[in-house]
Write a new protein. Structure first.
Ligand code: FAD
Length: 226
């Protein structure tokens, strides 16, 4: 079975009329995949990619894993289909009190909870702190929400993006892995929280780099997707 990443898509779920879904930025939900033939029903977790204050709407972004059980179901959905979800779940939310600087580090769909948290911070809380979005992808065209993040940075002088592409085609920006960019841009750990989301290997490498720079365990928080 070929299990390779094909592409990523953004989905928007509308809530049934009159229903309320309360959650905290950074949380995830379980999508209930119904039984099909001899295959029993099961569930898979997906981070909520929109903030709580975008009313009546839940955004998700899904990476297509060819041969992946949930992926096959999710990518077969058509506009107007109904799905069942369970949640909100998880404790990957902002740790209080906020420090003077927050660095969000992600790769691929690991950006999802950070889109939610960053939108919440910039549009609702508006804290007087530095907010950095360090986002790694393999190819130029993989960078989810690029224009949106750039527009947020234009409007908010305290919000900064660092996009990096490890196998660039036309990309002329950063090309290093995210862990190397922690070393380059954020060597000083004072009053900083680092949040990391994505696959385990990347998370472990970022934690290792940050720890070597002097970041303490209680300054680093992460959510593993695999
Ligand atoms: C808290 C949490 C939040 C998550 N949020 C998201 C999200 O917002 N978007 C999203 O796309 N996924 C997210 N995931 C991963 C998601 O739950 C599924 O694991 C993923 O969609 C694959 O499910 P599947 O049933 O299609 O594949 P499966 O049939 O379960 O597995 C196929 C294979 O692909 C591997 N795999 C799973 N995810 C990846 C990946 N990202 N890259 C490479 N290989 C992978 C698995 O280890 C397995 O070997 C999240 C996981 C967790 C724990």
């Amino acid at each position: 079975m070929d299990i390779g990443i094909q592409e990523t898509r953004h989905f928007e779920l509308a809530l049934p009329a009159g229903s309320v879904f309360q959650f905290e930025a950074g949380q995830f939900l379980n999508i209930m995949v119904p039984a099909a033939g001899a295959n029993p029903a099961f569930k898979r977790p997906y981070s909520i990619a929109s903030p709580p204050h975008w009313a009546n709407r839940i955004d998700l972004c899904w990476k297509r894993i060819h041969g992946g059980k949930a992926t096959e179901y999710l990518w077969g959905l058509k506009q107007g289909d109904t799905i069942k979800v369970q949640g909100p779940l998880g404790r990957f939310v902002l740790k209080r009190p906020l420090p003077k600087r927050i660095i969000f580090v992600s790769t691929g769909t690991g950006i999802a909870p950070f889109r939610s948290i960053i939108a919440w911070l910039l549009e609702q809380e508006k804290p007087a702190i530095e907010i950095h979005n360090l986002f790694g992808n393999r190819y130029d065209e993989d960078i989810l929400y690029l224009e949106e993040f750039e527009s947020w940075a234009k409007k908010n002088p305290n919000f900064h993006n660092i996009f990096t592409v490890s196998r660039p085609k036309k990309w002329t920006g950063e090309k290093e892995y995210v862990q190397n960019l922690i070393k380059k841009y954020f060597p000083q750990p004072d009053s900083t929280h680092i949040y990391i989301c994505g696959l385990t290997k990347m998370i472990e490498e970022v934690v290792q780099t940050a720890t070597a720079l002097g970041y303490a365990k209680d300054q680093i928080f992460y959510e593993k997707y695999d």
